[in-house]
Design a protein around this ligand. Sequence first.
Ligand code: NAD
Length: 307
Amino acid sequence: MTRALLALGKRVRIIDTGRTSLSENPPPGVTLFPVDIRETDKVAELAAGADLAFHIAANANGTLSVTEPRLDFEINALGTFSFAEAMLAAGVRRVVYVSSASTYGTPRRFPMDEEHPNRPFVPYGASKLGGEVSCLALHHARGLPVVVGRPFCVYGPGENPREAMVEVGRFLRWHLNGAPIQIVGDIDRKTRDFVYVTDLVAGLLTLADRGRLGEVYNIGSGTETSMRRLVDVIGAATGREPAVEVIPEIEDDTYRLVADITKIRTLGYRPEVSLHDGVQAVAQALGPAPEPPGAPTIFALGQHAER
Ligand SMILES: NC(=O)c1ccc[n+]([C@@H]2O[C@H](COP(=O)([O-])OP(=O)(O)OC[C@H]3O[C@@H](n4cnc5c(N)ncnc54)[C@H](O)[C@@H]3O)[C@@H](O)[C@H]2O)c1
């Protein structure tokens, strides 16, 4: 996101309590502030005079959201409300809130458009939805100039292996180390909508440029990919047959998931990176022996288990 904004000639201020890939050596035009989004006054001060704000900060770790739901709600729901208040105080001209497809819960139709019911089943999805409704209420009641994006399953280079949950990076990390790829649930029935990080950035820039204020937009590839297809693509992209270990007994997250991206397409958004090219780019960035995935493989509702 930062690189794309710099390429557009913007100056960028990053508010992040953690370390980012730019922490060590921020490029010219980028300033980092180790400020918590819940510190409304400080955030408002830093945002004063800004044309545009992307609200990306979150606890994005689904595991932590199950073990520490209060932290999750404090950062994602209340933190987003505080951030939105700060944007109003600072008079920022446009805000893009990065929500999540997890706000939908278990899909009831395929593909899923923005009118699909919101019934999140993990605290993470509920807290992201809390952030959305705060932003939209402040839009209607106080004129917050906000657009909401709901990304699906984002992947790309630079993920933190200890936290990232999306299958592409996790599967590649096992495969590149010569270990079997662990698949939870049904290898054919379980599907996801994988969207490459530069396509996500393009989607967010589209919303910043011409998304309708007070509206919600899916951001995905619009392509449904089964776990089997992902394994096949990994084999083709790396030139090596993957070994697979299927864990069929836990089916909690065996459902189809694919975005209907008609709405954002009407703004001119077009995802450009194929799964094959994206997987190849991540494999190259990871090198031959990346750190294996650290987050638990198994997500079982009501009895979160590590393995
Ligand atoms: N990764 C995905 O597939 C995906 C899908 C849908 C939505 N999203 C959303 O995209 C955003 C980024 O996700 P990610 O996967 O890159 O996560 P990430 O953990 O890599 O990035 C989140 C950043 O927020 C910062 N942060 C956390 N709490 C903060 C606070 N209180 N104040 C300031 N900074 C804080 C962290 O230090 C971190 O750098 C999140 O809002 C997430 O909900 C991600």
